[in-house]
Design a protein around this ligand. Structure first.
Ligand SMILES: Nc1ncnc2c1ncn2[C@@H]1O[C@H](COP(=O)(O)OP(=O)(O)O)[C@@H](O)[C@H]1O
Ligand SMILES: [Mg+2]
Length: 307
């Protein structure tokens, strides 16, 4: 129990105000249960229901952030906690904000030579024919700052582009059109200085959308992922490089695709990925011999004020 008592009074931030509130409620309650099971003096705290300064009033010592999306994963809560001097889990302000923004993440990756699908920005006046000429078809259209596949569509014909743009623009004013990668999808959990074993994702759906992520029972998660050890290792190195490129720290997840020629592409970094017991990072950790409770403890023990 020494480990648990050294951590003091812990707030698990759960729920929040983003479109991913429901996912956070699931992640956060799993995290809270695990911490309590390990003897940690942990309490749930929903920033949609309580002002954050109550963390200080109630004398919390550290914070586990289990919020996804805006006002939680995007650097805002991290900034507030920095000001309060409260150690918190995961990435700092800059990395959290950057990773939330898929467009600016891609600009950084491009500058560093980290492969990512070709893209153009869309707006209401975009020349749809030019977009198709540049990226080919199909095209993935996504809001720059959203998660859980919310607002994303796969566009098969030029006629569908505008409607896809309008849908994405409901979620964010910056909308990205991305070259579609035909191939396999992998995700790499990151814990400390290490990329965890890769998971290969397979879905009979059009892509790995919200349904496939949270509700469908025909999504397949392959771990081991089926790649040779050498190949897996090189993708893990790429995942770590792309994670560090945005300044991310401690834990997270990098989504990747590999085309039929074997060329990998990084899609995005998640700085607070799902933490239900069937989420991807816990699955990858388990394959590495780290159970859910131990994973949660390690993430919490690495909590810090970044300064
Ligand atoms: N360029 C692409 N080519 C093919 N599939 C893609 C591409 N971009 C995204 N996808 C599919 O859409 C899913 C969600 O996209 P992603 O960029 O990871 O956003 P989110 O933050 O919503 O998870 C991915 O898991 C993948 O299945
Ligand atoms: Mg993703």
């Amino acid at each position: 129990m020494t480990r648990a008592s050294e951590l003091g009074k812990v707030a698990v931030l759960i729920g929040g105000r983003s479109a991913e509130r429901e996912v956070s409620l699931r992640s956060g309650s799993m995290v809270l249960t695990a911490l309590v099971a390990r003897g940690v003096n942990a309490h749930g705290f929903d920033p949609a229901q309580r002002a954050l300064n109550e963390l200080v009033v109630d004398r919390f010592d550290r914070v586990f952030i289990a919020l996804h999306g805006r006002f939680g994963e995007d650097g805002t809560v991290q900034g507030a906690l920095e000001l309060m001097g409260l150690p918190y889990t995961g990435s700092g302000v800059l990395a959290s904000a950057l990773a939330m923004d898929k467009w600016r993440t891609k600009l950084i990756w491009q500058a560093l030579g980290i492969p990512t699908p070709k893209h153009v920005l869309l707006d209401a006046r975009s020349d749809w024919a030019r977009v198709v000429a540049e990226l080919g078809l199909p095209i993935m259209v996504k809001p720059a700052c959203e998660g859980s596949s919310i607002g994303i569509s796969k566009v098969m014909t030029i006629e569908q582009l505008e409607a896809a743009y309008v849908l994405a623009a409901r979620h964010d004013s910056t909308v990205l059109a991305e070259q579609f990668i035909h191939g396999e999808e992998y995700t790499a959990g990151i814990l400390g200085d290490e990329a965890l074993p890769l998971i290969k994702l397979e879905t009979p759906r059009v892509f790995y959308d919200y349904e496939a992520k949270y509700n469908a029972n025909d999504t397949r998660y392959l771990i081991p992922c089926g790649l040779s050890q050498e190949r897996e290792c090189s993708l893990q190195t790429l995942a770590l490089d792309s994670f560090r490129a945005v300044g991310a720290q401690t834990w997270g997840r990098v989504d990747m695709m590999v085309d039929s020629a074997g060329q990998p592409y990084c899609l995005e970094v998640n700085t607070v990925p799902g933490m239900t017991d069937h989420s991807l990072v816990p699955m990858a950790a388990r394959a590495r011999g780290i159970d859910f409770e131990e994973l949660v403890m390690r993430i919490l023990e690495a909590a810090q004020v970044h300064g």
